[in-house]
Ligand binder design. Sequence first.
Ligand code: MG
Length: 157
Amino acid sequence: MRIGIGYDSHRLIEGRNLVIGGVEIPFQKGLLAHSDGDVLCHAIIDAVIGALGIGDIGSHFPDTDPQWKNASSIAMLKYIVEISSANGYGVSWIDSTILAESPKLAPHIESMRNALAQSGIPSGIINIKAKTGEGMGFVGRQEGIAAYAVCLLRKIR
Ligand code: MG
């Protein structure tokens, strides 16, 4: 088995849609990024890449690459899950925590698990937790949103 950890954060700005875990969440701000800024997806991607030991999200999706500009992060995750499979590893478990002061994310967690499953990782092995920053730091000041994820891979062949 292999384990990997991922972390991501993005700045909240006006004029962008808020996409977390592949779900568009009604909010007055969105996350600034080359792609859709999906912090949860990006943390999971880095966790899978970390477990595979093949670099990081920046080496697979450079922000100079027009192919991934405004890309769906679910498509990016699907691409990495396919690389994992090609390397002989399947995902056994994903656990994650999103840090956001607002909006409230609990009502969207089931939708996120289902959206993330479009990457090929079954929703039944994806756990998502949501916390606030208790008013502290960049999360607490609503300057941005962050996410952590861990991934357990198992050898499938
Ligand atoms: Mg990111």
